[in-house]
Design a protein around this ligand. Structure first.
Ligand code: MRU
Length: 317
């Protein structure tokens, strides 16, 4: 681990005593560092839905541990899988991880999946760092850090790798309305790692780009369709449009577990609508949690296999 990196076991782990799946409660960061213990797969599913754990790879890993928990308890595995799979709809990592667990739904298998995801992050971060130049001023959205991947991070992993190579001047962190994953989680991770950063209101991104303060945008992904259309946290699409307008490269960094080759394009990606109360209880509200950035706005998609450029049907195949 590098300076300030979270230990993967701190983010999500399986404990034989109990047994339980233990999650770092991301709703309470950065003010409080507390765990939530889940004694059943249904409790893990509830924790995913309520965003105790969030971020595409991390919810896949949590679901894998949840299925292992059901197996250790002797619970109905088909029912456990159904409940876990339906906890959140957009990230394809969730059904992917459950499918990976089907043959051997054990804690050992879930731990191996977890370790592989963290290793993928390190590899994709090294590839993504090649896209940075000395003095790069980056902008990121939401939290694609260790908290979101089970360790190290995808987009934040790229920022870590670039910083280690002396290529990163600083990071602008979109606060990421309405749940503030940027202002609470990404800023906390960057602070722990000693990476210079500043939180901005989401609506400040365009103006700061116009003033020449952004060299590249880097985000994670929840699901990448076969043609490269990419679902990520609501607000990502607007950022990509702004980046295109200002001639700034927009990069997506995500593991191959986020690729959904069975979905031809972004139209087929299910978009989660969350409780309007996350915005306001006073007025009617709409709360789509994700949006889709068309492949044409993405300068490169970086996975653990390397830097992929358009046409993505071919480069991601
Ligand atoms: O609603 P969230 O917080 O689960 O949304 C997370 C994101 O949109 C992340 O950018 C994405 O999952 C990539 S995480 C490496």
């Amino acid at each position: 681990m590098g300076r300030g990196d979270l230990d993967p076991e701190q983010i999500v782990r399986f404990e034989e005593v109990g047994p339980a799946v233990v999650l770092l409660d991301q709703r309470r960061l950065p003010d409080e560092v507390v765990d939530v213990r889940c004694a059943t797969a249904a409790e893990v599913a509830g924790a995913i839905r309520d965003m105790v754990v969030r971020g595409a790879p991390a919810i896949g890993i949590a679901a894998a541990y949840g299925l292992a928990l059901a197996a250790v308890r002797g619970d109905d595995l088909a029912e456990a899988e159904r409940v876990l799979a339906s906890s959140r709809p957009t990230a394809v990592n969730l059904p992917w991880a459950l499918a990976q667990m089907r043959e051997q739904p054990t804690p050992e298998r879930a731990r191996a999946l977890h370790a592989q995801e963290v290793e993928r992050c390190r590899r994709m971060a090294a590839h993504a760092a090649e896209l940075f130049r000395p003095g790069t001023r980056a902008l990121t959205h939401c939290n694609a850090g260790g908290l979101a991947t089970g360790g190290y991070g995808s987009a934040v992993g790229a920022l870590r790798a670039a910083a280690e190579r002396g290529l990163l001047e600083r990071v602008l962190v979109d606060e990421t309305r309405p749940l503030l994953q940027g202002a609470r989680l990404t800023a906390w991770e960057l602070e722990r790692s000693g990476i210079p950063h500043a939180v901005i209101a989401d609506s400040a991104a365009g103006s700061l780009m116009a003033r020449g303060e952004v060299d590249l945008v880097v985000t994670g992904a929840d699901r990448i369709a076969a043609n490269g259309d990419t679902a990520n946290k609501i607000g990502t699409y607007s950022l990509a449009v702004l980046a295109a307008h200002h001639g700034i490269p927009f990069y997506v960094v995500a593991p191959t577990s986020t690729l959904d080759r069975a979905t031809p394009d972004g139209l087929g990606i299910p978009i989660e609508e969350r409780d309007p109360a996350e915005l306001t209880t006073r007025f009617p509200a709409r709360n789509p949690a994700f949006d889709v950035t068309p492949a044409a706005l993405i300068a490169a998609i970086v996975t653990e296999d390397g830097v992929h450029r358009a046409p993505y049907e071919e480069s991601l195949a």
